[in-house]
Design a protein around this ligand. Sequence first.
Ligand code: KIV
Length: 284
Amino acid sequence: MSTQLGKTSESAGHSTPNPVKVTTQTVVEMKQKGEKISMLTAYDFTMARILDSAGIDVLLVGDSASNVMAGNETTVPITLDHMIYHTQCVVRGVDRALVIADMPFMSYQVTSKEALTNAGKLMKEAGAHAVKLEGGAAIADTVKKIVDAGIPVMGHLGLTPQSIYQFGTYQVRAKEEAEAEQLIKDAHRLQEAGVFALVLEKIPSALAQKVTESLSIPTIGIGAGQGCDGQVLVVHDMLGMNKNFSPRFLRRYADLESVMTEAVQQYVSDVKSQDFPNEKEQYG
Ligand code: KIV
C-alpha cells in the first residue's frame, strides 16, 4: 500500500477513487525502469479532467497557451498572471498527473531572485507541482536557486520558442556539430543544477538519444524521436483541432476540428429549422 502525498491506493490506475499521484520522483523512476513517460499540454479544467482520467502521466501548462488559448503568434506575450490562471484551472481537474507550469518569458531571465519569487507564485498561488524554464548554462544558477528552495524544475533545450526572435525560425535545432555539442553541455549543466527532467524540442533523433543515454534524469521529446524517455505534444494539435499545423513530428489521434464543425453546423441547422428543442428537451 502506497501513501504518496496523503492519498492511499494500491494502484496507479486512473479509475481508482484515490489514485497514486505521479511525482517528480515517479518520472525519474520510470526512466530507471525503462517505462516511457506520457505528457500532454493542458490549459483548462475540463481538458485536464479528461486527460487525467485517461491516464496521462504529466500535464504541462505550457506557455503555448499564448498561441492555443489566446491566439498570439508566439509564446512571448503571455504573462505570469495568465500562467497562474491556467495552472489553477488545470490543477482543479487533476487527481493523479504531475502538473508542471511553464515560467513565461521574462519571468526568470532578469534576476534569479525574481525567478525564485515567480516560481514560488506558480507553486503557492497556482498549485503547480513543478515549473519549467527554457535555456541552458545561462540559466543554470537560477535553476539551482529555485531547486534549492524546494521547487522542482524541468529544463527545456533545443527549439526554445521564447527565443524565437533570436532564432528567426521554428526549424530543427542543433543540426550542426557546434550547436549539438553545446546542447549536450547545457543538458549536463542543467542536470548538475538539479532539474528532475528535460524537454528536448525539435532536434535530430540521434542527438536526443545520445543526450538521453548520457543523463540520469529523464528526457521528454517533442520532435526529438523515439530515443527520449517520454513524449509530449500540444493537446490541441494531437486531437486535430488545428488543421493548419502539420509538422512532421505530429501524430493526430483524432479529427476534432471536423467533429466539432459538423456538430455546430448540425446545431445551427436544428435551431433554424426549429427541430431543436423538441418536446422532450423542454419543461412542462
Ligand atoms: O509550451 C509548450 O507547450 C511546451 C511544449 C511544446 C514542450 O513547452
